[in-house]
Design a protein around this ligand. Sequence first.
Ligand code: UD1
Ligand code: CA
Length: 478
Amino acid sequence: MKKPSRGVRKSPSAPAAEAAPRVVILAAGVGSRMRSSLPKVLHRVAGRTLVEAVLEAAEGLSPSRVVVVVGTDRERIASTLAGREVRFAIQDPPLGTGDAVARAREAIGDGDGPVVVLAGDTPLLRTETLARLVRLRREKNLDLVFLSFRPPEPGDFGRVVRDGRGRAVGIVEARNASARQKRIREVNAGVYCFSAGALARALAKIRRDPVSEEYYLTVAVAILAAAKGKIEAIEAEDWREAWGVNTRRDLAAAEEMEHRRGVERALDAGVTVLDPATVRIGPRVALAPDVVLHPFVSLEGRTTLAEGCEVLSFTRLVDTSVAAGAVVGPHCETEGAKIGARARVGPFSRLRPGSELEEDVRIGNFVETKNTIVRKGAKAQHLAYLGDADVGAGSNIGAGVITCNYDGQMKHRTTIGEGAFVGTDSQLVAPVTIGKGAYVGAGTTVTQDVPDGALALSRVPQVNNEGWVVRRKAPKTE
Ligand code: UD1
Ligand code: CA
């Protein structure tokens, strides 16, 4: 009797599940073409270092391990990647990309499953493209699949050589290419997915290039092709994605491409971008429909903008979340902040890390907040410093109010109760609490807690000296 089948049965053609990929990122090159004391892979595109950008694309594959090959600059690269799930392999001196992968062999470990090899200098790479390579390799059981692209100028990129039947049989570095090969427009992106076995076989056979004396990983293609291996090169859908950075010009071009890509992503997500040429949107920014971005806005880090919010000109938001319907006015600077629904911020506001504005809050011009929660509907419209504070719902903070949070050694908190009114030009010397619904008269220096519903006042009594001006101006008599 036939057993009832459990679950979905695989069709005979469906490829078997495979182990998660292992990833190697090559970052040991000297990068001399950048003319910089900073390691090449630590230069930034749209706020991310090149190596982090590549790493983040790789992380999207849920790899079982990631090995970063580093050289003389290992300490600086390791400290940039501190706290991330990576292992390091050392290649010193740098003897070429093939040698770099060989140096990573131990860290890659044994086992099957694909090995994805990436150059650390291709910051525009997307996870989707890597996943495409991994999928294709699995489906066709390839020894190697690598990414090619067609930039407007093939420049110094390695040329992809195909045989009469269109099969990829080699990569020729520009400096080794014949005049005819130089005219090939399809070039190598430096993005490879190998079967573990094929990688090991190829590495064992890579010899030094006679011209540069380096071990070129690209030679693996010819080695595997000669052994009748199954190789494919697939072309990037968007050539910009495969762009490699070797020079400052390349870096500037990458920045421009990333910038344009951010704007295109925003437009596709339903965002109105009033002046695409001047708006900057980083690769980690998340945007919802009906957001409106005015000219010269810069959205950086892990900034998220919910539906219908508006950001006005010359405002820079870094790692900031903005809830639905909030408006961030012109000339604001925020970092590590949360802006609640329908809040109004700016113009000229500065929200520093740990600032949290709840719904309907208003923060106006020349107001600075840091490590402060401003609760529902509270207002600080002009010229204030709110640091290490908890500002109660519906309270009103007058112009010139300052939390004196620092005593020269320690920071202290200020707590302002719900519905409190803090008059203009008051100093709140922390630690201090203003009670619910309490009033602080203008010009008060609050040094003691103010009970709920009380009025706090500390002023030098005013003196009016009648007729003083006339007397002063009167001609002096001897
Ligand atoms: C490489 C490819 C080229 C391809 C291009 C794509 C080779 C030989 N050539 O050229 O076909 O078109 O990338 O961008 O691979 N690295 C090491 N150790 C080394 C040398 C390099 O870790 O000894 C690292 C670098 O830090 C860099 C990456 O490998 O992140 C690529 O090296 P790079 O020198 O930039 O190669 P390209 O000349 O751009
Ligand atoms: Ca390169």
